[in-house]
Design a protein around this ligand. Sequence first.
Ligand code: FAD
Length: 307
Amino acid sequence: VYDVLVVGGGPAGAAAAIYAARKGIRTGLVAERFGGQVMDTVGIENFISVPYTEGPKLSAALEQHVKEYGVDIITGQRAANVSRYSNIAVALESGATLKSKSVILATGARWRELGVPGEAEYRTKGVAYCPHCDGPFFKGKKVAVIGGGNSGIEAAIDLAGIVEHVTVLEFADTLRADDVLVKKAKSLRNVDIITSAQTTEVIGDGSKVTGLAYKDRNSGEQKQLALAGIFVQIGLVPNTGFLKESEIELTRFGEVIVDTKGATSMPGVFAAGDATTVPYKQIIISMGTGATAALSAFDYLIRQSSD
Ligand code: FAD
């Protein structure tokens, strides 16, 4: 039986494991893949105090740091459910069950993909998902934002201050973003908005994005735009499907609902990072919330033993 079992090995899980292990308590970490989304990232320029690093390098450093604390690391395993008896049980897809006095869920999220030809090929070569992360790489260039919800319009407003021109493409005939954001985007001289536009292909020259093709859903006409970057903003999907059968409360988007201490609705279960309701999905924020969840788990444990 662990004192703290962390589920997830991204920035949130790594930070939680280190903070827990530093309290001298028995800490385990189970993850499908160490590093999480960071493994899919090339340049990282907003990890404060490190002006530039790359995903695989940061992942290796996270793993090295966790290993220095004797955390019991189990990779290549996916959690299938979480339930609470006298301890908390984390069932794995393999059929095994891990038991712990407290659990920290840090299973992250994934960007929803367009699923069109060229998207996978040009990922990190012009196809991007995070404007806060990758916007500055397109300084002075033309980009598109796919998706006219709040995140798409926020991205367009954000990018308009950095890049030469932004075209927003929305599949539906109206934008779903809040009015105040739409008004702001429409007031910017270097932002164009195209509705009823179905993106059909990411076009490139073999090494980088050069444009995209879309179908005008009113006329049926195929059109093309010349671009250096495409920001896909059609949603972030939390990796919390395995909690649907549990008693842990999720939002309708599947985010684990946490309070300011990272506590979930199940006593002894805490959560951190992109899988949760914590606003803004970033490495530094995931690490901070991972630390918070671990300190809260420790606080919970010391109160249990004094009962
Ligand atoms: P994740 O990194 O998603 O890690 C989740 C962990 O949980 C992984 O170990 C995964 O294997 C594991 N897992 C998932 N499901 C299960 C399960 N059922 N059982 C067991 N384990 C499971 N942020 C920045 O701050 N700066 C950037 O420059 C930046 N660039 C980015 C570029 C890209 C392409 C992407 C995709 C994201 C980028 N981000 C960036 C966002 C950042 O990567 C995330 O905010 C951060 O990784 C979230 O950390 P996390 O630990 O919450 O989740």
